[in-house]
Design a protein around this ligand. Structure first.
Ligand code: CU
Length: 481
């Protein structure tokens, strides 16, 4: 799904890009690359305070939201794999909250999902999460409350941050390392959406019904303002590089609403990890795609001296702020953007050939959209039924399952399973193996299969990571029998 409002916000385009090329550079002392006074070392005790914050995306664009420890994104939490941690959460807001630790293999009671039985952090109260972080890799944490029709709740707020679990493996030698979270701000409801699918893979649509549902759609959520971490394009410090450096990026799509693409003119992203897990076949690509919830670890060889925009290929998104300037040493000019070569995102190029027999135990999930099924909004069903699917998805501990997603809707959806790791085995009509994920974007009318082992007893939430879809039915609870 790549949709944005037809209406452009020219004034923001002007102000953000003017700032990028002006004398602002060097005047701003705040850099999100290495927060002062916060050494990036693994710890075992953390405190998160949930409270209102303001985020200065640009000098002319300040948003009010809810964040962690006075900022959004929240602090980067760095843990060691296998070393128990305590996370004390202090909720200073008037509503119950939850902190979900996304991509971790931890018990339901501390996973941070109400559906799984994790206790809420009461308003103006505290709760302590204790768990043993695993597996190593780029994870993240975020609120997991419902928003429904309130765009100031749940993942529409600034409650998100990176969570890094250090393993024993040598991450390799890189000259620089950066953590970049993609965000949108000030979301609103709209029915003026424009599909621009030219960047998406043109793949098989095995789930396309022979007769399409032509009923008018309900409202979706969109936004016009974007940032990487807390800064719109041009408003923060550039990433300063030297020719010949290898720079490792950890990207996170922390959006509540849309899949995102990223490109860096003249450079390639060497993808080494998806959702924090090393891929079997690292490969260079021109354009990255991340659905909400997904992470990509990729390094770039800085071999095109200049000043460039690393940003969204879609003009309204990039001009609305989704980008960051990459500035080579001794190069001072207006940041350049050129559209990337045509490119289709394909998880399978990072995988191995299909291997081994399919697990005998199968689970199928069929997703359908009911246009305006929830009044002004669309609703969704899984296997034709509303949540919670009491007897639908029962797991036997120790069993390996093949789970097949049938997306019978006209949108791509980022599908996330809590507390388990998914091995992608088929998507776009292609087989693969070895790509381990926790969130998979299944294209419109597409089908994908993943294998997973039921080795994490406890209720397990499955959902679309687009907040508005999850809240209106795109979720299911898997249970161990
Ligand atoms: Cu969705």
């Amino acid at each position: 799904m790549r949709r944005f409002p037809i209406q452009r916000r020219e004034f923001l385009k002007f102000s953000v890009l003017a700032a990028a090329g002006s004398g602002l550079r060097g005047q701003q002392t705040q850099s999100f690359l290495a927060p002062a006074g916060a050494p990036d070392v693994a710890k075992t005790d953390f405190t998160l305070e949930i409270a209102p914050v303001t985020v200065e995306l640009a000098p002319n664009r300040i948003v009010s939201t809810i964040g962690y420890n006075g900022t959004s994104p929240g602090p980067r939490l760095r843990m060691k794999e296998g070393v128990p941690v305590t996370v004390k959460v202090n909720n200073q807001t008037d509503v119950p909250e939850l902190v979900h630790f996304h991509g971790l293999l931890i018990p339901s009671e501390v996973d941070g999902a109400e559906e799984e039985g994790t206790p809420m952090v009461p308003p103006h109260g505290t709760r302590t999460y204790q768990f043993t972080p695993a597996p190593a890799g780029t994870r993240w944490y975020h609120t997991h409350t419902m928003s429904m029709d309130d765009l100031h709740r749940g993942t529409f707020t600034g409650q998100f941050g990176f969570l890094i679990i250090e393993g024993k493996n040598d991450p390799g030698h890189y000259d620089q390392e950066h953590y970049l979270a993609l965000r949108d701000w000030e979301p609103y409801f709209t029915n003026q959406m424009m599909d621009t699918d030219d960047l998406d893979p043109i793949s098989a649509q095995p789930e396309k019904p022979s007769v399409l549902d032509t009923r008018p759609n309900g409202l979706e959520v969109t936004a016009d303002f974007y940032s990487i971490n807390d800064k719109a394009l041009g408003a923060g410090e550039p990433i300063r590089v030297n020719s010949g450096e290898r720079v490792l990026f950890h990207f996170l799509n922390a959006s509540a609403i849309e899949n995102r693409h990223l490109a860096l003119p003249g450079h390639k992203f060497n993808v080494i990890g998806l959702d924090g897990n090393p891929v079997p076949a690292p490969a260079p690509v021109d354009v990255l795609m991340l659905g909400p919830g997904e992470r990509i670890d990729a390094w770039v060889e800085m071999n095109q001296p200049g000043v460039w925009i690393l940003g969204a290929p879609e003009d309204p998104v990039r001009e609305g702020g989704l980008g960051i300037v990459i500035e080579y040493a001794n190069k001072h000019r207006t940041p350049e953007w050129t559209p990337p070569p045509k490119s289709a995102w394909d998880y399978t190029i990072f995988g191995k050939p299909p291997s081994g027999p399919a697990p005998a135990d199968k689970l199928d999930m069929v997703f359908e959209k009911i246009p305006r099924g929830a009044g002004r909004f669309n609703s969704f069903t899984v296997n034709g039924k509303p949540y919670p699917h009491q007897q639908e998805f029962l797991l036997k501990q120790g069993t390996r399952y093949r789970l097949t997603f049938h997306n019978r809707t006209d949108d791509a959806h980022p599908l996330h399973l809590h507390r388990h790791q998914l091995e992608l085995v088929e998507i776009y009509g292609k087989g693969t193996s070895g790509v381990i994920k926790d969130t998979v974007v299944v294209p419109a009318y597409g089908r994908a299969s993943v294998d997973f082992t039921a080795d994490q007893p406890g209720p397990t939430l499955f959902h679309c990571h687009i907040q508005h879809h999850m809240d209106y039915g795109f979720k299911a609870l898997l249970r161990y029998v």
